[in-house]
Every structure is written in structure tokens, then in C-alpha cells.
Design a protein around this ligand. Sequence first.
Ligand SMILES: Nc1ncnc2c1ncn2[C@@H]1O[C@H](COP(=O)(O)OP(=O)(O)OP(=O)(O)O)[C@@H](O)[C@H]1O
Length: 515
Amino acid sequence: QMVFFDRHKVGELTGLLTSDLGSLKGVVSDNISRDRGLRAFSEITGTLCILFTLSTELAPVLGLLIVSVSVIVAIFKRSTVPTFKSYGIVQAHISDCVSETFSAIRTVRSFGGEKRQISMFDNLALSFQNSGTKLGVLKAANESLTRVVVYVSLMALYILGGSKVSAGKLSIGTMASFIGYTFTLTFAVQGAVNTLGDLRGTFASIERINSVLSAKDIDDSLAYGLAKELDNKETEDSNGRVHEKGTVNTRYMSALKSSSSCSDLAWSGDIHLEDVHFSYPLRSDVDVLNGLDLVIECGKVTALVGSSGAGKSTVVQLLARYYEPTQGRITVAGEDIRVFDKREWSQIVSLVNQDPVLFSASVGENIAYGLPDDVVSKDEIIKAAKAANAHEFIISLPQGYDTLVGERGSLLSGGQRQRIAIARALLKNAPFLILDEATSALDTTSERLVQEALDLLMKGRTSLVIAHRLSTVQNAHRIAVCSDGKIMELGTHAELVAKGGSYAALVGTQRLAFE
Ligand SMILES: Nc1ncnc2c1ncn2[C@@H]1O[C@H](COP(=O)(O)OP(=O)(O)OP(=O)(O)O)[C@@H](O)[C@H]1O
């Protein structure tokens, strides 16, 4: 699910999950494995039965005790939820800060950022301490209040019971047993209150874990948009109809089409971004795409160029469905891509970018990543590697295809990682290919090897190429120039140069690369 979140949210969510699972584990082990909660509740029931059997006359005192404690528990429940939540969030930020620092340790080192990271950690640790103290104070206040109520009730019991004993209405023996059992009840109620307090925190954790794991929440806006469009198609007068959340999701699910039709359409039809508007969730007031319209022709190469910040990578993210357009739609052979499940869509798209991520596994496993083991044979992996110009360097590695590539592929060079990513894309055999600055980080020799492999990969596939260096896209069937979130110019290299517009100006600034 993580891939569908805003990039900046992923770290936070990972941290949240870690801390939430920790809190869940604590409560389960305290209350279930060591039966603290269960024991408290059975003790309460048992002692109440005994007390009522001993004397129904003293029942009003017990009634007062139970009502008061219940009111305190209810108030406590309400007041601690935000504190539990903020405690969990600060805990998550700490683990986020630590994992971010260590995963970018080389950058931290090279910029001398240790002090900054340490002070960031110190500040977070301080807020963690503060929110922990606040939580502790709340817990202590609750416990003291409960005890006050219990002892006030005991006092009332002594006064009421004492007066009954002196009036001869109650025997001393019954009164003594009554007091003894009231103490047992006191401790049992205390245990139950603590368990309820812990459960509040656990419910807050479960809520957050569920929101991460449930696809329903993530796709709500998308489901609503799609269901609304389906409604508009079905009936003229359906505007403004309000759907229950569940109904929308059911309609959305039933509108989903199968992966085979998705694949067939993508092999045979154009991909069209129709009047697409988009703003990122964390900056919803800024329109990054502003009515962008672009046809990516089936089986051909379309290049998307433009100055930095024009919105090219945003188009890639929408096409990969990491985000959904805020307005407008993307279609494949005229079919809205939202009718395909995101997982089905991911089978249609191969994305190769500047810095492909490899997993800490063998070269062979990385090439076959995402495909079931029984579908891919060693021969096919070697064939894909050969086509990607990767076979030669792979067999020169110490264990050939079984060589481990290290964390994120750190034991390989950029060009080698790139060629493994291309072999992976070849093996995946998806109809739609996106190359996002795929060769920009390579030296000339590596670039030639990678470019050859890419040319082979693009053959017969619908391809979108993003590049800053215009010399790498001049042979594309069509070049689209993106500016301010729109397509400003469209045509072949020769047509656009002859037009003398912004593309021609960009070519002018990069003239050396063409010569
Ligand atoms: N996750 C994000 N949240 C908020 N704004 C973002 C996010 N990612 C990008 N932006 C903003 O969206 C705009 C377009 O960015 P985008 O990365 O699509 O441009 P680009 O054309 O690919 O640039 P470049 O060629 O430099 O990679 C920029 O102004 C950028 O600041």
C-alpha cells in the first residue's frame, strides 16, 4: 500500500506502524498472556456477587462506589485519547528521524550534518519525554482519583455499617467479611481501570494500523469520482446524488475490470491524459498540472521535455498511479484507467528511472523481481540480461547470477544497476514503458550500452521518455514540451526546431550536445 501514499508520508507511516505494533504487543502480552485484564473483570463479578449475598443493606454504598469509578473511567477515556495519539506520533517521528539519518548517512557525513541530525533527535527525544510525562501525569491523576473515590466509599461503608452494627441490624462478622471483600473489589477495579486505559491507547494504534492496511480508505476519493462518473453515464438526473461510503466502494469494486482486458487495451490503444489537473496532497493550493492534454501513441515513442519544475515527473507519477488526478482523467484505448485495480495497472507499466532501486538479493532474483518463481526460468533471466547488455558483467561477478548486490544494489555501479533494471523490465514485458531520465547519470560508454538496451526495450511498446538532454530524444516519434503544467508545443524534432518556439530555444542552449 505504501507506494500509493505521498512520498513524505511513507517514513512517518513506517514509524507509526513500528510504534503502534509495539504498543499493541505490550497490551496483548500484559492483558492476555498474563491475564491481568481478564482476572480483574472476573474478580469484580465474583466479589460483587459475594458482597450482595452478605448484605443487601450496604448495597447503596457499593452502588456509589461503582457509579463513581465508572464516571471517572469514562472521563479518563475521553481526555486521554489525544494524549495517547500525540505520544504515538512523537514516537513515530523519532524512529523516522533515526531511519532517515542512517539511510542517508553518506550525505549527512559529506555535509557535516551530524550536529543537525543529533539536535533534531534531541528535540524529538525531548518532546517524547514531555508527552510521556503528560501521559504519566494523566495516568497518575486517574489512579489517585480512583483511590480517593474508593477510600471515600470505604469510609461511607464504615459509617453506615458501623451504625447498623451498633443498632444490632448487622453482625460484626458480616461487617468484617464485607470490608475484606470491599478491599478485594478495590484492587480489582483498579486493575480494570488500568486495563481500560491501556486499551484506549491500543484502539488509537489499531485505528492507525487499519488506516494504513485498508485499501478502502486510500481509494475513497478515487472511488467516489469513478462512481459519480458511472452515475452520470447511467442517468441524466443523477447530479448531486449522495452515496454512502460503502455503496461507493461496492460500485467502484464492481466497476473494476479484469487485468487481461487492461493488458489487451494497453497493447492496442493510445494512452491519453485528458485535461489533467493535479496538486500534491501536501501542497494542495499549488496546481502543478493545469489542464494537461497529451496523447501517448500506441507502440511509438513520445518524449516529454521542459524546464526543471515544469511537471514532467508529476506526469510520470500519475501514469504510474502513485497519485490520481484531482481533475480530468487518464484513459487507455478510451477506457478510464481507474476501472483497473492499481495492482493490475502496475503489471501494465514498466518504469525505469535515473537511480533504479535493487533489492538486497542476488542479481538473478533482482532481474526476476515481481514475477512468480515458477513462471521464470534461469534461461529467460539470462536471455533478458543478454538483451539488456548486462550478461557480460554479470558473469564476471564472483558468483555470477547468484552474486548478492548489497543494500539497494550498492555493490554495483550506476550503469550496471541500470542494465539490471532494464533486464527486469524486459522480463516483465509490460506494454507501457516510462523512462524517466534513464541515462542521465551515466558516462558515455555506459550510456551507449544502456541506450542500446533501451532501444530494444522500447521496440513495439508505448513509450514515454523524459529527458533533460534533448539529444537523447531527437529521434522520438513526437516530442511534447511541458511548461507550467500544460503541453505548450507538440511535434517531431525537425518540426519543433523549424517552428522556432520554446523547444528551439532549449535546443539552442544545448547546441554542443547536438554537435
Ligand atoms: N511531493 C511533492 N509535494 C509537493 N510538491 C511537489 C512534490 N513533488 C514535486 N512538487 C512540485 O511540483 C512541481 C513539478 O515538479 P516535477 O518534479 O513534476 O517537475 P519536473 O518537470 O519533473 O522537474 P525536474 O526536471 O527538475 O525533475 C515543482 O514545483 C515541485 O516543487
